[in-house]
Design a protein around this ligand. Structure first.
Ligand code: SF4
Length: 269
């Protein structure tokens, strides 16, 4: 069975999806964004079940992160979000990290959390963004992850389905300009708190049906062609042509996927 992450990587480049998801070989260099995202998800998961005790060392990945990731987490006050986040008391937390599957369309997924609110079930997601909050909301609302989660939840009895509760965390710079525009100040815990907002996103039944139909057809094609490991060389330099795929050396310069430039990742669902 496949996940939506596998599908998204497959659509970018089937060879890249093979390296990541079948060989599980990922670049050795530490990934700042991934490290911060992992800590943030662990922190919020503990918060939802009432076990966050404001000590970052309790996060399972804290000690595994580099000093650089830990410093960035502290510098940007990301721990403040959990310390000050208001959990709606009307939310009933049904599951954290819930794995679901539909063998009929070869799809599996793991929802961060399932929440019951206002008589319906919702997927709770935490996402970061830079400046375009409206864009983030549409990206999440129309994204295959949430379409898949609604489908998987619905066929497993979580009905009626409401949609997605999005916790949007804006990436802040280290400092901001003061109102006089002549001096700058380091961001404060209050800036951090204000830059985290909660949104309720829904899709119409027609949108859900249409997107699920697309997703199912992509899954069919991927299931059929996965073993071909085709290269999509149009993706080698990124969407804007200004970055280089981390597997470039392996695909085009005789490098080995077994070299120290890559490490074997833990199995992911
Ligand atoms: S280097 Fe190009 S062909 Fe190879 S995995 Fe990356 S995107 Fe695909």
């Amino acid at each position: 069975m496949f996940t939506v992450s596998q599908l998204k990587d497959y659509l970018r480049c089937p060879a890249q999806a093979f390296f990541i998801h079948e060989l599980r070989r990922v670049p050795s260099a530490s990934n700042m964004a991934l490290g911060i995202g992992t800590l943030f998800h662990e922190q919020m998961a503990l918060l939802l079940v009432g076990k966050y005790n404001k000590v970052l060392a309790q996060l399972p990945s804290w000690k595994l992160c580099t000093d650089e990731v830990q410093d960035a987490y502290m510098k940007h006050y990301l721990y403040i979000v959990a310390e000050r986040y208001y959990i709606n008391p009307a939310w009933e937390i049904i599951h954290i990290e819930k794995a679901l599957e539909d063998p009929g369309i070869n799809l599996q997924g793991r929802l961060d959390a399932i929440v019951k609110w206002n008589g319906k079930y919702w997927s709770l997601q935490w996402k970061t963004y830079s400046n375009d909050l409206a864009g983030l909301q549409e990206k999440v609302r129309l994204g295959y992850h949430e379409v898949a989660y609604q489908h998987l939840a619905s066929i497993n009895g979580y009905t009626p389905w409401g949609g997605t509760i999005l916790g949007a965390c804006q990436k802040l710079p280290s400092y901001r300009m003061a109102p006089d525009r002549r001096s700058k100040y380091m961001i404060t815990p209050e800036d951090r708190q204000a830059a985290f907002t909660t949104h309720y996103l829904t899709r119409s039944p027609d949108e859900q049906a249409s997107l699920l139909d697309n997703l199912t057809k992509h899954l069919e094609r991927m299931s059929r062609d996965w073993a071909l490991r085709l290269k999509n060389t149009d993706s080698c330099f990124g969407m804007f042509g200004n970055s280089r795929c981390p597997y470039f050396q392996v695909c085009h310069q005789g490098g080995s996927i077994g070299s120290g430039n890559y490490k074997t990742a833990e199995p992911r669902y």
